[in-house]
Ligand binder design. Structure first.
Ligand code: ADP
Ligand code: ZN
Length: 628
C-alpha cells in the first residue's frame, strides 16, 4: 500500500518546498543582471564574490551604487542605507572574469559544483520538516509516537511499541492480577513449551476495573515482561469513523499483529466497541457501523490461531454492557479484576512512584496510604507528582510531608465527585455494615461462603462489599436457602443498629433486594403458608438478561389478597430482622472485632476471617469453661 498522504498534503508539499527555495535563495539578496554586475566590478563596488558554477554571489559596498547602475534596479529594501548588501547573479560565459576581479581588487572564492549531498539536503530538508509536522499533528490527535513506524502501512491507527519499557516491577498492589497474567507472559516467552504439550492458550483476557486502576499499565507490563511488541488501540477509535472503516481497522490490526507475533494486542475501552448488539443506542448509521466492527472483531478472534503467539488483552470498566458473544469461550473467556487498592496496596504503589522522586526522610508512605482510601493507582501517581511539583515551586530540594498533605487536599478537593474519600464516621458505618453481612453469612448454614470483605468504595453505588462465593452453580433454591439469603441481606442494616443505635441510608440497596426476594417468595414461588400455592405475579420474561427490579406483572387478584400479600411480605422481613438481631447481638464482640479489622486493613480475606472467628470461639469456650 502506498503511503496514505491526505489530499491537502499534495497542495502543502509544493508550497512549503517553494517557500524553502525562496527563503534560502532570496531574502535580502539583490538579484542583478550580469551586465550590472560587471559594471559594479569595474566601479570597485564589489567587496567580495563567491564564484559558483552557475551563479555568483557576494557583497556590495553600500554607497554610490546608484551612480553605476540605474536606480530602479536597486531594491530599496534589500540594498539601502549604509550597510553592505548581498547580491547574486547568473553567470554567463566570461573567460576574463577572474582577471577582471583581480584588477578590481575583489576578494573572491570559488564554490564547488553542488554536490549530491547538498542537492539531496535541499530536497530532504523540506520533507523532513513536513514529516515532522505530520507526526506532531498525529501525536496531538492521539496516535502516539508509533506513528512513524506504521505510516503507509495501515489505515488502522495502531500504536506499536516494540518495547513498552514497563515491567511487573512498575505495577504494585494488584498481585493477584499479576499472577493471573504470569501465565500469558510465560506463554509469550516460550510458546514452544506449551505447543508441545498441546495446551490451549487463552486468546483473550479481559481486564476489568475502575478508571485509573492500572489496566493499561498491566497490559504494557505483560508485553514488557515477555519482551514482545505491544499493539494498542482504543475501542472508541474503532467506531469514530465512517462506515466500513472500523471493520477494516480490525482486519488490519490482526494482519499486522500476526506479522509481528508473538505480540500483544491491547484494546482499551472495549465497551465502546463491544456494547451488546441490539442494545446500542447510537443514532443514525453509527449503529450498523458499530455492529460491523464488532462482528469483524469476533470473526478475527475466531479465525486466528493462538499458537502463533498473539494474545489479546482488553480493558473495560463496564463489563456488564459487553456483548455476551465477546465473553464466550475462545474469545475473552478469562477475566482479571482490578479493585481499587487497599491500604497495603496503596503503600506499595506510592513506593513505586516515589522511586523517581526525592523524598525527605520524614515522608511516611504508610501514613499517606492511610489517608488516601478510595484512591486508584492513577490518583496515587498523580499525588506524588503533584507533591513534587509543589516542592519544586517552593524551591525545595526534597519533597516533605507538608507538600504531600497539600497535594492530598488538592486532589481530594478536585476528585470529590468521582473518588470517595469518606470521613471517619462514614467509614466506621461501612465497616460495621459489611461486618454484619459477613458474619450473618458465616452463621447461616445455607448462605454462600464469604470470600472477601472490603470497605474500599467501588463503582458509583457500593461503599463497601462483601463478596460471597457460591460453591457451585445453582438452578433450584430451597426455601431455607432463600430465608438465609434474606438474613444476609439484612445483616448490614442490623449491624448498624447494634453498633450505633442508629441507621444510615447505606442499606437502601440491601433493603430493595430483600423486599424483592420476599415478594417473589410470596407471589411467585408459593412459599407462604398463608397465601398458599397460587402465583400472583408473572415472573419477568426469561430472555431478559437483567430483569428489571421491582414487582413483576401484577396478576388478577382481589384487594383483600393484595393486603394479605403485603402482610406476608412484611412478616417475612420482620422475622428475618429478628433472627439477624439475635445472631449479631449474640456475637457483638466478634462483630466489633471484624469491623475494627476492616477499618485497619480495608480488606479481609477468607483466611483472616476464619482465624478471627476461631480465636473468638476459643475465647468463648474458655470463658464458659472458667465459669463454675
Ligand atoms: P487504566 O487503564 O485502568 O485507566 P492506567 O493503566 O492508565 O489505568 O493507569 C494510569 C497510571 O496510574 C499508570 O500509568 C500508573 O502510573 C498509575 N498506576 C495505576 N495503577 C497502578 C499500580 N497498580 N501500580 C503502579 N502504578 C499504577
Ligand atoms: Zn449492605
Amino acid at each position: 500500500m502506498p503511503p496514505r498522504i491526505p489530499l491537502w498534503m499534495w497542495l502543502v508539499i509544493p508550497a512549503v518546498f517553494l517557500l524553502f527555495q525562496t527563503l534560502a535563495g532570496s531574502v535580502n539578496v539583490l538579484a542583478l543582471p550580469y551586465s550590472d554586475f560587471k559594471k559594479l566590478v569595474h566601479a570597485g563596488k564589489v567587496i567580495e564574490a563567491t564564484v559558483g558554477e552557475q551563479t555568483i554571489s557576494g557583497t556590495l559596498t553600500a554607497s554610490g551604487l546608484g551612480q553605476v547602475i540605474p536606480k530602479d534596479r536597486l531594491d530599496s529594501i534589500k540594498c539601502a542605507g549604509d550597510k553592505p548588501c548581498r547580491f547574486s547573479t547568473v553567470r554567463v560565459a566570461d573567460p576574463n572574469l577572474v582577471e577582471e576581479l583581480e584588477d578590481a581588487g575583489v576578494r573572491y572564492v570559488g564554490q564547488p559544483a553542488s554536490t549530491w549531498v547538498s542537492t539531496l539536503l535541499s530536497w530532504l530538508l523540506p520533507f523532513a520538516v513536513l514529516l515532522w509536522m505530520m507526526s506532531a499533528m498525529a501525536q496531538r490527535s492521539g496516535m502516539g509516537s508509533g506513528f512513524l513506524l506504521d505510516i503507509g502501512k495501515s489505515r488502522a491507527r495502531v500504536y506499536v511499541a516494540s518495547k513498552t519499557g514497563v515491567t511487573f516491577k512498575d505495577v504494585a498492589g494488584i498481585d493477584e492480577a499479576k499472577e493471573e497474567l504470569m501465565e500469558v507472559v510465560a506463554f509469550l516467552k516460550d510458546p514452544e513449551r506449551y505447543r508441545r504439550l498441546g495446551g490451549r492458550i487463552p486468546k483473550g483476557v479481559l481486564i476489568v476495573g475502575a478508571p485509573g486502576t492500572g489496566k493499561t499499565l498491566l497490559a504494557k507490563a505483560v508485553a514488557g515482561e515477555a519482551g514482545v511488541p505491544f499493539f494498542s488501540i482504543s475501542g472508541s477509535e474503532f467506531v469514530e469513523m465512517f462506515v466500513g472503516v472500523g471493520a477494516a481497522r480490525v482486519r488490519d490490526l490482526f494482519v499486522q499483529a500476526q506479522d509481528k507475533a508473538p505480540c500483544i494486542i491491547f484494546i482499551d475501552e472495549l465497551d465502546a466497541l463491544g456494547r451488546a448488539r441490539g442494545v446500542a443506542g447510537i443514532a443514525g448509521g453509527g449503529y450498523s457501523e458499530h455492529e460491523q466492527t464488532l462482528n469483524q472483531l469476533l470473526v478475527e478472534m475466531d479465525g486466528f490461531d493462538t499458537n502463533k503467539g498473539v494474545i489479546i488483552l482488553a480493558a473495560t470498566n463496564r463489563p456488564e454492557i459487553l456483548d455476551p458473544a465477546l465473553l464466550r469461550p475462545g474469545r475473552f473467556d478469562r477475566h482479571v479484576a482490578l479493585d481499587r487498592p487497599d491500604l497495603k496496596g496503596r503503600e506499595k504503589i506510592l513506593a513505586v512512584h516515589a522511586r523517581d522522586v526525592k523524598l525527605a526522610r520524614t515522608v511516611d508512605l504508610a501514613a499517606i496510604a492511610a489517608r488516601t482510601a478510595g484512591f486508584a493507582g492513577a490518583d496515587l501517581a498523580n499525588l506524588i507528582n503533584e507533591a513534587a511539583l509543589l516542592a519544586g515551586r517552593l524551591g525545595k530540594d526534597q519533597v516533605d510531608m507538608g507538600d504531600v498533605d497539600e497535594a492530598i487536599d488538592r486532589i481530594v478537593a478536585g476528585l470529590k465527585k468521582t473518588t470517595r474519600v469518606m470521613n471517619k464516621l462514614e467509614k466506621e458505618t461501612v465497616a460495621w455494615h459489611e461486618a454484619g453481612h459477613a458474619l450473618v453469612a458465616e452463621f447461616r448454614r445455607h448462605a454462600d461462603r464469604v470470600a472477601k470483605i472490603s470497605i474500599i468504595p467501588r463503582g458509583i453505588a457500593a461503599l463497601g462489599y462483601t463478596q460471597q462465593q457460591p460453591t457451585e452453580d445453582r438452578y433450584l433454591l430451597k426455601k431455607a436457602e432463600l430465608l438465609d439469603r434474606l438474613d444476609v441481606l439484612l445483616g448490614g442494616r442490623v449491624a448498624e443498629e447494634i453498633a450505633f443505635g442508629d441507621v444510615s441510608t447505606g442499606a437502601t440497596n440491601d433493603l430493595q433486594q430483600a423486599s424483592d426476594l420476599a415478594r417473589h417468595m410470596v407471589t411467585q414461588y408459593g412459599m407462604s403458608e398463608r397465601i398458599g400455592l397460587g402465583t400472583f405475579e408473572a415472573p419477568p420474561p426469561a430472555y431478559l438478561a437483567y430483569p428489571p427490579a421491582g414487582p413483576g406483572q401484577r396478576g388478577a387478584y382481589s384487594e383483600s389478597t393484595a393486603r394479605a400479600i403485603d402482610a406476608e411480605i412484611a412478616a417475612l422481613l420482620n422475622q428475618a430482622h429478628l433472627r439477624v438481631r439475635e445472631t449479631l447481638s449474640a456475637r457483638h464482640e466478634l462483630l466489633d472485632a471484624l469491623a475494627r479489622m476492616l477499618l485497619a486493613q480495608e480488606t479481609v480475606e477468607r483466611g483472616a476471617l476464619d482465624a478471627l472467628i476461631a480465636r473468638h470461639q476459643a475465647q468463648v469456650h474458655l470463658m464458659k469453661g472458667a465459669a463454675p
